[in-house]
Design a protein around this ligand. Structure first.
Ligand code: GDP
Ligand code: GDP
Length: 455
């Protein structure tokens, strides 16, 4: 116990965050079919069978935790995005732009057997403009005889083309080593999120739920603030909108205003855009269409917000389409749909008529306050002491794990570490989470609980 107390008193700095934010981000970009997915699978150590040869398959993830040569980083995979051949050029550039914005470095994949194309040139321009470090992978160099194919890619002006065969693994170590050299230790992108100044909101949701309508309604109803607010660097894709007397940044609004047409890749693009917006936001408003049943895509967006560790508000839009008779049933339906996120504030509104849109501010403020919350260690342990005395961890195999103490290692979102004498079951961890929420609120923020076992 002596030991535990010493650790407890040594303060929060001694404890490493369980899921450190700020891992550097590497984005893999390039035209369709150059082998991005194959390369990503190789980096992640997935079996080749995972590569989808079926066009238009929707991936539900965009970012993956990855490791190379002992370095942890986040990999942005744009490989699942299949597009129709028409307009391919603009789409590839658009996709690359979103991916590059959220990345610290870029792995640009080109098909060496084809050589540089106009689309490749266009992406190169964009990469240059971004100022981010780029490593060029000349893919499909399956044998030494094809090395000369790779050499033609010097013409792109991105420096040395690394000859790779994503399919066979040839050269993939070298290109990754090169990527690790240019990847910073800590993400500059995540750190670029300004502290202080107006708070940053992302409007997210599947296509057609009413994001652009809501944005227009909010921007129109209230005075749009034009002056530069001190201490903020303005990204042209963000808009400053005054709500309830306070300015708010609505991030990545360009992606909302520039509507993406329905193509086979639109789902994936939407999910990539959501991810990019979440990186920059502190709180997300997930729009759901109240006039239609909830879909898997809605659930996926909500999960993306939780995984990104952002504060959450759920907005049921198109309430004006609601039939009075349906209302009682709908309430119950919504409760069931949202059972996993009962902790999130919900606003019913209509972007079209403006009804209840003014209620968003209160919900945003509530969620952000929870997201910012820090519970003093003493208070947290007093709570846990009472809780574990009344409801001890179940005995398993004659042993009983005990939680010795806990500390909140960070906020935004709140993260906790429980120090225990043995394994803590997932069910018990959920129980602790629920009780934490009952006692301390946390309305509208995901919270993370991890366990350290002390022998
Ligand atoms: P993406 O659209 O850029 O993600 O490309 P994929 O990874 O789906 O690959 C497109 C096609 O190229 C698939 O049929 C892959 O098997 C093939 N491919 C990928 N890498 C290589 C490679 O290094 N050599 C050869 N010969 N084929 C490859
Ligand atoms: P986004 O793809 O999420 O940006 O969705 P949009 O804002 O473009 O809206 C998709 C469609 O839903 C458009 O036809 C809108 O006019 C309509 N819409 C959006 N909000 C509402 C609403 O509150 N009520 C009704 N009746 N229609 C809406």
């Amino acid at each position: 116990e002596q030991d535990d107390l010493a650790l407890l008193e040594s303060g929060e700095e001694e404890v490493e965050a369980p899921a450190p934010a700020g891992l550097p981000v590497l984005a893999v970009v390039g035209r369709p079919n150059v082998g991005k997915s194959t390369l990503v699978n190789r980096i992640l150590g997935r079996r080749e069978a995972v590569v989808q040869d079926v066009p238009g398959v929707t991936r539900d993830r965009v970012t993956y935790p990855a490791e190379w040569a002992g370095r942890n980083f986040t990999l942005v995979d744009t490989g699942g995005w299949e597009v129709d051949v028409a307009g391919i050029d603009a789409r590839v550039a658009e996709q690359a732009e979103v991916a590059v914005r959220m990345a610290d470095a870029v792995l640009f994949v080109v098909d060496a057997t084809v050589g540089p194309t106009d689309t490749d040139e266009r992406v190169v321009k964009l990469l240059r403009r971004s100022g981010k470090p780029v490593v060029l992978a000349a893919n499909k160099v399956d044998s030494p005889m094809q090395e000369s194919d790779a050499a033609t890619l010097w013409a792109l002006g991105l420096g040395e083309p690394y000859a790779v065969s994503a399919l066979h693994g040839r050269g993939s170590g070298e290109v990754l080593d090169a990527a690790m050299k240019v990847l910073p230790e800590v993400s500059q992108v995540a750190d670029a999120m300004p502290r202080g100044g107006p708070r940053r909101v992302a409007l997210v949701g599947r296509p057609n739920v009413g994001k652009s309508s809501l944005l227009n309604s909010l921007a129109g109803a209230e005075r749009v603030v034009v002056h530069e607010t001190a201490g903020t660097t303005r990204d042209p894709v963000d808009e400053l909108i005054e709500l309830g007397g306070t300015p708010w940044w609505f991030v990545d609004t360009a992606g909302i205003r520039r509507r993406v047409h329905q193509t086979s890749g639109a789902d994936f693009y939407a999910s990539l855009r959501t991810q990019a917006a979440l990186e920059k936001a502190e709180v997300a408003v997930v729009l759901v269409d109240a006039s239609a049943p909830m879909t898997e895509q809605d659930t996926r967006v909500i999960q993306q917000v939780i995984d990104a560790g952002r504060a959450l508000v759920v907005a049921y839009n198109k309430w004006d389409l609601m039939d009075e008779d349906r209302r009682p049933f709908l309430e119950r339906e919504i409760e069931m749909d949202l059972v996993q996120i009962q902790w999130a504030p919900r606003v019913n509104l209509s972007a079209k008529t403006g009804w209840h849109t003014n209620r968003l501010v209160r919900a945003l403020e509530t969620s952000l306050a929870s997201w910012d919350t820090r519970i003093p260690t003493g208070k947290l342990n007093a709570f846990l002491g009472e809780l574990t005395a009344a409801h001890p961890h179940p005995v398993r195999g004659g042993k009983q794990s005990r939680i010795l103490f806990a500390t909140q290692v960070s906020n935004r979102p709140p993260r906790f570490v429980l120090f225990a004498t043995g394994f803590i079951e997932a069910g018990y961890r959920r129980f602790v989470e629920n009780r934490l929420r009952e006692s301390f609120g946390f309305t509208g923020t995901p919270i993370e609980i991890s366990v350290r076992v002390r022998e």
